[in-house]
Design a protein around this ligand. Structure first.
Ligand SMILES: [Zn+2]
Length: 94
């Protein structure tokens, strides 16, 4: 694909089209438009990752996972307490 001079170098995919085309915006910095500048892209990806992580943290699945971890901890604790009660009962029966 020939690059048009003075325009952003980014390849853009249009939904429903097989081929990508060169971005139609004028290049502003390092041969890219503001939207496709590597730093802008990186910042956007960083933000979407952070948003995704935050959303995941609040998701029902994560809540369920947390409650399952909590439940496993509590079950472990109950086992310890039961063993302790068993021990005390045996000790008291003597
Ligand atoms: Zn662009």
């Amino acid at each position: 694909m020939n690059m048009r001079e003075g325009y952003c170098r980014a390849d853009v995919y249009t939904p429903g089209r097989m081929r990508s085309h060169q971005c139609r915006r004028k290049a502003k910095e390092d041969g890219y438009c503001h939207q496709h500048h590597p730093e802008t892209v990186r910042a956007r990806e960083e933000k979407s990752r952070a948003d995704y992580a935050a959303a995941m943290e609040k998701s029902p699945w994560r809540m369920l996972e947390k409650s399952q971890i909590k439940r496993a901890e509590l079950e472990e604790r109950v086992k310890c307490l039961e063993a302790e009660i068993e021990r005390l009962m045996k000790g008291g029966a003597k």
